[in-house]
Design a protein around this ligand. Structure first.
Ligand SMILES: Cc1ncc(COP(=O)(O)O)c(C=O)c1O
Length: 432
């Protein structure tokens, strides 16, 4: 498309030197059969591409940019740190400060270990769960994505779901065999797994509210059930809050649903736009990690001062009283507007939202699990994506993803989105 000529040229060149032209498959726009858009800069709720086009944006760098792009307070702290040094490989006080703040937000957390990505966080949490319990098996839920660690690359959401990949070559059969998969929101399936393997299960890991197969909330009693069955079987409950942490509330999904997991993993917002992940939990479990305990995990750039400053400043901004109320209000406005459009047009679509995460599913059924998402009309999704991007609204380019609302979105941005949604659905309706 001539409107994005420079992006097309940049993508051609990138393909020569980078597999698929991207450094993470979800960015490739494969599901919507378009070339990805190359970004020059972000500002508030908007992204600008290298052709000079402006986009109102709901990807938020896949979640981290809850304050919007380039928040002045984060930039200021980064500039200060830049003058002091970008990496030391030795302790800094900011690491303790951010860890302390996290324990304040999360009552289930006494200690935090910083890593460089969500993947590292979940990989390390799994290793710790295995080391701590002395058991090998991990239960994961279909459609949940926990990064690209070997143990968790089975029936995963996000890029794998988008590309229709069930597992990955390169993961050994033995590793895959230790991962048992159950459908999300299905108590019976989990009960059967625990009946059969209870004493071998180190833990169950899940996105407490899913984002990587689109947004799906846990059914009433589901998280309580998982808490109870893991407790009874001496297995650990691991909430992967890489996406939901600091987003659904200050204390993540665990605060929203009042469930205390044994281990939590974080990423995205915790780094304020810099590459950070963390795993965290009660002292008794976390002290099992080296140098105190036998479970080894380390990182040259872990707790990097630039990343810690960006994370800490972002978390401090989220401490302000009305932040989550404001996000909820924005979410409610968008939800009301889009649901009204769906109703008025009698369009076969289903809108799911929890706080500042939402997904518009192209189906006329309620969406409760991965199977439901797989039954969505993916061609219709792709057509919708194109209609929206052509109106300057940049959404995640896959049905199997969450949209994110940032604090930078104004009422008029939301109105613009609702109007664009109406136009897009109306156009697609005529072609149904
Ligand atoms: C819930 C969840 N866990 C883990 C990850 C992996 O994080 P990263 O991409 O930083 O490795 C993601 C990434 O999207 C995620 O959403």
């Amino acid at each position: 498309m001539s409107k994005r000529k420079k992006s097309t040229t940049a993508f051609k060149k990138a393909n020569k030197f980078i597999p698929g032209g991207v450094n993470s498959p979800a960015r490739a726009f494969s599901a919507v059969e378009m070339d990805p858009i190359f970004i020059e800069k972000g500002e508030g709720a908007y992204l600008y591409d290298i052709d000079g086009n402006q986009y109102l944006e709901y990807v938020n760098s896949w979640g981290p940019m809850i304050l919007g792009y380039n928040p002045p307070q984060v930039i200021e702290e980064l500039e200060k740190q830049l003058q002091l040094g970008t990496s030391f490989g030795a302790p800094t006080e900011v690491e303790t400060e951010i860890a302390e703040l996290i324990t304040e937000f999360y009552p289930a957390v006494d200690k935090v270990r910083m890593v460089n990505s969500g993947t590292e966080a979940t990989m390390s949490a799994i290793r710790l769960a295995r080391g701590y319990t002395g058991r090998d098996k991990i239960v994961k839920l279909e459609g949940c994505y926990h990064g690209h660690g070997d143990s968790l690359l089975v029936d995963a959401g996000s890029g794998l779901a988008t590309l229709g990949i069930k597992g990955s070559p390169g993961v050994t059969e033995n590793t895959a065999r230790e991962t048992i998969v159950a459908p999300y929101n299905d108590q019976k399936a989990v009960a059967e797994i625990f009946n059969k393997y209870g004493s071998e299960i180190a833990g169950i890991i899940l996105e407490p509210v899913t984002g990587n197969m689109g947004v799906i909330a846990p059914q009433r009693g589901y998280l309580e059930f998982l808490r109870e069955i893991t407790y009874k079987n001496g297995s650990l409950l691991i909430f992967d809050e890489v996406m939901t942490g600091f987003r659904l509330s200050r204390g993540g999904a665990q605060e929203l649903y009042a469930i205390e997991p044994d281990l939590s993993t974080f990423g995205k917002i915790i780094g304020g736009g810099m590459p950070v992940g963390a795993y965290a939990g009660k002292k008794e479990i976390m002290d099992y990690v080296a140098p105190l305990g036998p479970v080894y995990q380390a990182g040259t750039l872990s707790g990097n001062p630039m990343a810690m400053q960006a994370g800490l400043t972002t978390l401090k901004a989220l401490k302000k009283e009305d932040v989550y109320l404001e996000l909820e209000k924005k979410g409610q406005k968008l939800e009301a507007g889009i649901k009204k459009n769906i109703e008025e047009l009698n369009f076969p679509a289903y809108f799911n939202r929890v706080g500042s995460m939402f997904t518009l599913f192209f189906t006329d059924k309620e969406v409760q699990n991965y199977q439901d998402v797989k039954e969505c009309d993916l061609d219709l999704f792709a057509a919708y994506f194109k209609e929206m991007i052509n109106q300057g609204i940049y959404l995640p380019p896959s049905q199997f993803e969450a949209n994110f609302i940032s604090l930078a979105l104004t009422d008029s941005d939301l109105d613009k989105t609702i109007t664009a949604n109406y136009k897009a659905l109306n156009k697609l309706k005529a072609e149904l």
